[in-house]
Ligand binder design. Structure first.
Ligand SMILES: [Zn+2]
Length: 84
């Protein structure tokens, strides 16, 4: 378990920040683990263009079942297979 205060972990975590990609709030949640240290809550930026890899209903990777431009896999929308 870490020996620091939440404030110490929050400030140390800010050294890992990357503007616009990985950011840490001033009052980020701190979770002590079993080892020497702690997890600090962070924000990770995700661009819309990354979303097409996953079905919007079940979250499955689209892979070969991807349906162009509709965001659903064939399992969630089997009728889509007939529509082509
Ligand atoms: Zn799906």
């Amino acid at each position: 378990m870490g020996n620091g205060t939440d404030l110490q972990y929050q400030l140390a975590a800010k050294k890992h920040q990357i503007d616009g990609e990985l950011e840490i709030d001033d009052l980020a949640v701190v979770s002590n683990g079993d080892d020497d240290g702690a997890y600090v809550q962070a924000w990770i930026w995700v661009e819309d263009k990354e979303l097409g890899e996953f079905c919007q209903h079940c979250g499955a990777g689209m892979g070969i079942h991807r349906r162009e431009g509709e965001g659903t896999c064939l399992k969630c929308d089997p009728e889509g297979a007939k529509r082509g």
